[in-house]
Design a protein around this ligand. Structure first.
Ligand code: 8X3
Length: 250
């Protein structure tokens, strides 16, 4: 298998790349930070890992780069749309509109564009698998989740609707929906570099780890061809869906 993985420099993406190569597959690791990708490539080996140091939002440049890849990295079987981010945890009336727009740009637009770019090739080769990294935030609302959660709800429904179009083309689509996850830059990005705020979320708890997500992605990709896993929702044992809020006048 050849898997193109976005957001592969750290966290989930990096763990997914490592898992695929460990299991004797090839990966194309895509992310903005080329230095981190080079480290990954050195670790995984040049024969198993190709890197693309381009922002996931720059679809035109990605297309150029994909067109010029070495022959043995050309026929991508699996696209893992992992790149995504949460920015801020403010209540809707106080949130920064630029944060909202950026989440829509990365979590929705770039994912849609890259999927659209790769699908014709998958249809032509009569095989392919789009694996999206969604979130439990796409199913369960929580305060401050506003646009982040909505973007992940989009990813969930987009995944299901892709299936509706692709079920007769031997192309699989899966949405992996993790809950609270440590070991990545997710929280640091959400709190814009505020280490204390970022770490507080994980204090005294036992969150999912990138390797847990990588295992789920790999399992989904390695089902017999007749099996399509539509969704997997994973939460740490220490997290559960919450109750509804009711406002009471004082
Ligand atoms: C984020 C999941 O639980 O941190 O995708 O909101 S959670």
């Amino acid at each position: 298998m050849i898997a193109l993985i976005t957001g592969a420099s750290v966290g989930f993406g990096r763990a997914i790349a490592k898992k695929f190569v460990k299991e004797n597959h090839k990966v194309i690791a895509l992310a903005r930070r080329e230095d981190k990708l080079r480290e990954l490539q050195n670790e995984l080996g040049n024969n198993n890992c190709e890197i693309i140091g381009i922002d996931v939002c720059n679809t035109n440049k990605i297309k150029e780069r994909l067109d010029s890849l070495r022959n043995n990295f050309r026929n991508i079987d699996v696209l893992v749309n992992n790149a995504g981010l949460a920015l801020g945890l403010s209540s809707a009336s106080e949130a920064d509109i630029l944060d909202w727009e950026r989440m829509i740009e990365v979590n929705i637009l770039s994912l849609v564009r890259l999927t659209h770019l790769l699908l014709p090739q998958m249809v032509a080769q009569k095989r392919g698998h789009i694996i999206n990294i969604g979130s439990i935030a796409g199913s369960y609302p929580y305060p401050g989740g506003n646009v982040y959660g909505a973007s992940k709800a989009f990813v969930k429904q987009f995944s299901l609707n892709l299936r509706a179009d692709l079920f007769d083309k031997n192309i699989r689509v899966s949405n992996i929906e993790p809950g609270l996850s440590g070991g990545s830059e997710f929280s640091l990005v959400r709190f814009k570099g505020d280490n204390n705020a970022a770490n507080k979320v994980y204090e005294n708890t036992d969150p999912l780890l990138p390797e847990d997500i990588a295992d789920a992605v790999f399992w989904v990709a390695n089902q017999p061809q007749r099996v399509n896993i539509n969704r997997i929702e994973l939460m740490p044992t220490t997290q559960a869906p919450s109750t509804l809020n009711v406002y009471k006048n004082k």
